[in-house]
Design a protein around this ligand. Sequence first.
Ligand SMILES: Cc1cc2nc3c(=O)[nH]c(=O)nc-3n(C[C@H](O)[C@H](O)[C@H](O)COP(=O)(O)O)c2cc1C
Length: 488
Amino acid sequence: MRSEPAQAGGPRADPLAGRRILVGISGSIAAVKLPLLVSALARRGADVRCLLTPSAARLVSAEALACLSRHRCYLDADQWSHLAARPLHVELAEWAELVLVAPLSATSLGRWVHGLGDSLLASTLLACEAPVLAAAAMNTAMWASPAVRANWQRLQTWPGVLTLGPAAGVLACDRHGDGRMAEPELLLLALESLALWGCGRDWQGRRLLVSAGPTREFLDPARCLTNPSSGRMGVLLAQAARLRGAAVELVHGPLALPPAWLEGLDCREATTAAAMQVALLEAQPRADAIAMAAAIADHRRAAPLAHKLSKQALEQQLGGGWETVPDLLAGLVAARPAGQAILGFAAHSGEVLPQAQAKWQRKGCDLLFANPIDRPGTGFGADANEGWLLGPGERLTTLARQPKLAIAHQLLTALLGALGEGLRRPGGDPAAAGSAGDHRQPPLRQQGPGPGPLHCPDQPVPGIQPDRYPPDRYPLDRYPLDRAAADP
Ligand SMILES: Cc1cc2nc3c(=O)[nH]c(=O)nc-3n(C[C@H](O)[C@H](O)[C@H](O)COP(=O)(O)O)c2cc1C
């Protein structure tokens, strides 16, 4: 009988579905991007409340946010009322499981960092114990000013806050430079990460090299050998590592993903296996760890043609003229510097585990994530994944079907563990002492203990305490400060 990862079935629920999410919007022109983000959250089943500063209310409509969030939108004017049994800022802060502050203006940043609570958003943030995702946006010179830099630096050190600095681009003030708020698709991804993992920055100070996506091996200018990889698993792994504090270099083939998911990563595109090999070997010496999630073609043309073949000539050509692509993962393992940890990926159909175990023995990497590609809803291009993590040592961990971002976080925890183990090995990494062959692992033991403290998405995320503020205790729908009801 075929082996199955535990709990195979439908993908686990969206990490944002059912979450109580407070969206605080301050006075930046990037506020105009928030209504569609709020709409996306509501469509994903999140319970959303919006809060506008007076400046933000000049730039984006409270009515639109109320409509899209399916709930009234809160303004500064709502904070003071003789009908309120409890202060609104405390009520909102305690209601929220996750908070998004986007865009975060220089003024709101300053108020927050200096402990000033002179508005509804400012006092809510001070009262808030839930994890916060903060995305700054402002004019390039404002962002570069010493005061803003100092405030932003201070915010990075707060344990309950995940920060997304602005990206470079053409700004509404016609300046070109840093200041553009992270794109909404990236904010959604970071919120998902906050729900799954929290704000932990355990990869801070580490450099991770990731490969992602398919390669294309051209036969002629119009035809290529490739595969259905979208790049999702590798790019999510790269972003999750970046959100956990790593500096990430990403070498990727052609991707089928929102371009915003690449923001904050040091990216290099490599279409063919040969180009990917060059880019990876060049980047390898800088990396503390490598995750090889790319789906690299096994074969390529010995001599690609410069002109397009006719259909008849194509049929004749397909029978021969192929060569094996070098094993990039094995090459990286052989060339690795001391202390570097390497995670490989293995996508198989049929009996995955025996094939993966044989591959792991051959490759000599520290960890290998093996996943099936012949089951609906997982594998290539899907939102979810499942499979087995082989290593370090004899360990074998089953990863049940769940969103790829959740898998990414678990793989990162295991990779960080392997990195720690490598550094603790006598004399550093085995690669320092010999060839890839020295690094081979002993035979695997089925269902061995997991690789250290894997963070399971079923366990509560630090900072999110779902039962602490049950919605029925904080029924904001019936909150008496609803001015629409109070002031006829
Ligand atoms: C059209 C417009 C766009 C603005 N964009 C930004 C911005 O992107 N970032 C920022 O920090 N301030 C921006 N400001 C200035 C802030 O709105 C102003 O500093 C305000 O005090 C912010 O207060 P708040 O944080 O309570 O919303 C903008 C002002 C205007 C009029």
